[in-house]
Design a protein around this ligand. Structure first.
Ligand code: ACO
Length: 377
């Protein structure tokens, strides 16, 4: 049956899902029907990941069990650390993360994807171990030993501790946890779709997540938050923002951290992140990058807002991480640490009624060409 070709599958539904919903005209994002603003104000990343995976907020005992299961699976095998040690230290952390996550699947039973208990423990391991891998790589590439996770620390606090061996400022762990909530899920985006295509072959969840990590890396998706901070550093002063924006737009270059396939107003996550920036900089001192970002948003808005192009989630997140002293090329791995919850929620949902993805194509090549022998070409 012929269909209209939609480049980028724009507007083509690839699944029915009850995990999250975006209203791109009103700027609303809900996880299982609850707005992200409310989750940031009241929930934690781990509670939100439970909500995404299992469809409801946990009762107190369920949350306790979930938190304890995650806490007890944070360690990674020494062979995973050895694998990271063998990778070139200048390599991108997303490549290291992808390699380590793919390798995790060789250590744990994950192939029985029809077994609910196996799937539960795969989800626990993946959510628990990604931060340990990211932090281990961040240290190993500088020649430092990884810092093992500490069971008595909460999820976000533990991650920041594993990066620096210092307990973070209480506001940092709270703000970092909110950042994870905001990045945990976002309907049918490129990395989720990639994971679902892999999952539709009934591949194990480690392979599913490794393929999603590959898709998230690109600068048009999760990689944009790195590029935003590099752009703001290049602009260097709020006084240069207008000239920079005008130059980029005149050259028909895209401004990183602006625009979205679905949102035609300001991304609600960008609004929350901006509030988090204000809190962080009030308590811990100003950020020059934030002042520049405000000016870029103002000047870019004059040309772009009319076209429905506003800051997206990547515009303000990197400024927060930068203030916490996190290296720019770790920003996308932080995104993956959060989004793994969404990827796994979609994986579990799809398994209920799995169908192998096998789209069609419109062939634009030739037919019946003769084979020309090598000597005659
Ligand atoms: N800066 C300037 N102009 C833009 C931008 C931008 N960031 N984004 C879109 N436009 C313009 C395009 O130039 C194009 O203009 P034209 O019609 O005059 O040619 C028009 O808006 C449509 O752009 P598309 O790229 O076709 O729109 P699409 O819906 O595919 O874009 C995307 C979505 C890829 C996110 C785009 O806005 C972009 O490249 N943004 C910059 C990268 C970025 O921030 N990515 C992170 C997205 S959020 C996430 O993945 C977590």
């Amino acid at each position: 049956m012929p269909h209209d070709f939609m480049p980028g599958l724009a507007g083509v539904p690839a699944a029915t899902s009850s995990i999250s919903d975006v209203d791109g005209q009103q700027g609303v994002l809900e996880y299982r029907g609850i707005r992200v603003e409310e989750l940031c104000a009241q929930s934690s990343f781990l509670e939100t990941s439970y909500l995404l995976l299992f469809g409801r907020l946990p009762a107190a005992s369920q949350l306790e069990q979930w938190t304890s299961d995650i806490s007890h699976h944070r360690r990674v095998k020494f062979r995973i650390v050895d694998l990271l040690k063998c990778l070139p230290e200048h390599g991108h952390p997303m490549d290291a993360l992808q390699a380590a996550v793919a390798a995790l699947g060789m250590f744990y039973p994950g192939r029985q994807v029809k077994d609910a208990e196996t799937n539960y423990w795969s989800a626990v391991r993946l959510i628990a171990k990604l931060p340990t891998i990211v932090a281990a790589w961040a240290r190993l590439r500088h020649g430092d030993d990884p810092i093992p996770p500490q069971d008595d620390l909460e999820f976000s606090e533990n991650f920041l501790y594993m990066l620096t061996e210092r307990r973070p400022h209480p506001l940092w762990k709270e703000i970092f946890d909110d950042c994870l909530i905001l990045h945990a899920e976002h309907t049918m985006n490129a990395s989720t779709f990639t994971g679902l295509v892999t999952a539709s072959t009934l591949a194990d969840p480690y392979t599913v997540v490794a393929s999603s990590i590959g898709a998230l890396k690109g600068p048009l998706h999760g990689g944009a938050n790195e590029e935003v901070v590099q752009m703001l550093r290049e602009i260097a002063s709020p006084d240069h923002a207008q000239a920079y924006v005008e130059q980029q737009l005149a050259a028909r270059r895209k401004l990183m951290g602006f625009g979205h396939r679905v949102y035609k107003v300001k991304d609600p996550r960008a609004t929350v992140l901006q509030r988090l920036c204000e809190r962080l900089f009030q308590e811990c001192g100003p950020s020059p990058l934030y002042t520049i970002a405000l000016e870029v948003e103002r000047t870019a808005g004059e040309s772009l807002n009319g076209k429905g192009i506003y800051p997206n989630v990547d515009f303000y997140s990197g400024i927060i991480y930068d203030k916490m002293g996190i290296d720019v090329n770790l920003f996308t791995p932080l995104f993956a640490m959060a989004r793994v919850s969404g990827w796994l929620a979609h994986w579990l949902e799809q398994l209920q009624e799995n169908k192998l993805f096998r789209p069609d194509q419109i062939y634009s090549g030739e037919h019946n060409r003769p084979y020309v022998p090598l000597a005659q070409r």
